[in-house]
Design a protein around this ligand. Sequence first.
Ligand code: ZN
Ligand code: ZN
Ligand code: FE
Length: 757
Amino acid sequence: MKRVEIKITGIVQGIGFRPYIYNLAQKHFIRGWVLNNEKGVFIDAEGEDGYLDQFIQEIPKLAPPLARIESFQVKLLKPFGYITFEIRKSEEAQEKFVLISPDVATCDQCLSELFSQKNFRYRYPFINCTLCGPRFTIIQDIPYDRHKTTMAPFVMCPICQKEYEDPSDRRFHAQPNACPACGPSLHLEDRERKEVPGDSIENTLQLLKMGCIVAIKGLGGFHLACDARNQKAVSALRSRKFREDKPFAVMCSNMEEVKEHCEVNEEEEKLLLSVERPIVILRSKGNSTIAHAVAPYQDTLGVMLPYSPLHHLLLNGPLKTLVMTSGNISDEPIAYENEEAKSRLGNIADYFLFHNREIHMRCDDSVTRIVEGKPYILRRSRGYVPFPIKLSFPLEMILACGGELKNTFCLTRGQYAFMSHHIGDLENLETLTSFEEGIEHFKRLFYIEPRAIAYDLHPDYLSTKYALSIPDLPKVWTQHHHAHIVSAMAENGIEGDVIGVALDGTGFGTDSTIWGGEFIKANLKDFDRLAHLKKVPMPGGSMAIKEPWRMAMVYLSEAFGEEVKDLKIDLMRKGDPQKWNILKKAIKKKINTPWTSSMGRLFDAVSSLLSIRDEVHYEGQAAIELEMVADRSVKEKYSFHLRQDEKPMVIDSTEMIRGIVHDLTEGTPSSKISGKFHQTIAHLIVETCEIIRSEEKLNRVVLSGGVFQNIFLLSLVAEGLKRSGFDMYTHHLVPTNDGGISLGQAVIAHMRLFQCA
Ligand code: ZN
Ligand code: ZN
Ligand code: FE
């Protein structure tokens, strides 16, 4: 007989850990108790030698999928002689702070009950247990208890109540526990708000099969759904949603169906099946029967698997793949309330599949892909949020307000950085309200009262204006690209000076120009700009982003001067010289023409030069399509010039533009030119890092910024840096795009204000 005390810290509360321990103890004839306190889970366990050892070994191995064990300590104690194993009442926590679980995909046990005719929850679309179901999106306040969730209005029936109170039951303290007798229910309405009688799921399926668009209320908001094989339905959805060609995500019934349409490797399969159930961007197969309009001009497809019981029921029928896109009009936040959906989506959806459980926090689907065998998160939201990013050292409580596009905010507490769900592009009142409400909610959930506020240097960002409007708190500005780099440093747990390569579309610089092709010497506190792309004018400001042909003309005239008009390339043939003349005057007179060192704009320019895209319908489109056509077998590159005599060093791409024009006039295919262009950019990144290394004696390179969503470029750069002996770091936990900068902002603010040295 042996007795041990086990202390477990990490994410072990509110995720079914105690019932799990209870059942594991039963299995191995262990006696004693388990309890929660503010430090974690404590177990006092007594049993026979062999059984006790197995019990200890199995705890981390079989833990609930949401558990994240950070430390596991076992101490031998004198035997006591317990008779039973019990779950003790939690010690009144000194500190009320606990972690909160994200929403979790339906578990296998619930799934088999869902489809088991004998089960009283057969086909019940809200089945869940301690291991699965809604969490973050239904929590109104803490502590996490049913009456503080949107499940409060549903009084549990005796059967549900019994499960809820039984420590050996899978539904012990499962706050959203429900059944058809006592829980939420579905109803289907048409556009005239008339309820459609009958089985809502069967009816919805019929409507989808007929080509209708149905707004479906999910975990974190409404999806707009239609049959992904029905070209007409998908096109109708596009035009009603005012979304010209930005790809839609789809939901497939199972892995087999995913493989019908996409190439899937082992890691991608794992990510698709993970409890987070994100959208995974996969390479699409040429013979897929999915309508072209789902992802026009793309060789990839964003795919997810069903993650709620309702999804499983919908996809268990004849339709194996549905378009499931956010329920919003263009860039607004996703609709999440029934009345709101009726008014906002009334002109898009033909029918509405509602349920009567409220969503407290809207939360979009997360978007990921696998890069070099590892997950690469492009939008960190449902399934991940509000799990914190663990930092390598504790921070003061700080609110970081993020950027403008793909905004997230971040609140820190000790070693935890709580990054928010995807808020969206902070460009309208609707999104701003969602941002402000989100901040208040997170502050309450995690007992965070910020001592400082971090914000982006850009004076016009709504997030900046919000930060500056908060009274009585110290405020710390952060430069956009520095924040990108520190964000990547923080998630990798590195400190000290590094070479930061921050490449993106737009970020406000300390000289009030727009940066975006930046090489900085950075640490967690400060940075020094060492090199950047040569500055060029952006005629029309934001119009130059929407119309890449403008950047193409700028780069051409930089390279050729007055000879531009004689160039025998498509852009000149189809372009309107009149329009260009107006822009030239604007540049000369400095009217609405900021200057930029942006890498994103250079990609835009080349995309337009190759006649791939002259005007974009969504952020990054020109660059994405340029990446897509690239011939990856090309090894040649163009020449470029590093002006080392200037400080910061200037990377001049004039020669490259001349090379591209030369290739164009020779009739070289776009695929080849794009391949060469990517090789050139990768090469200039590595070469610039090499020069910086020899001067600064730094060997660690950190990559960040939206340009690194370009996987082809990222892999070329990684390869080149490795070959040159650099240690390279990039993102895996937070997005490389602007959705990731709030983390970096928080760390910078902490270092500036609270870290002396
Ligand atoms: Zn379950
Ligand atoms: Zn019930
Ligand atoms: Fe950025």
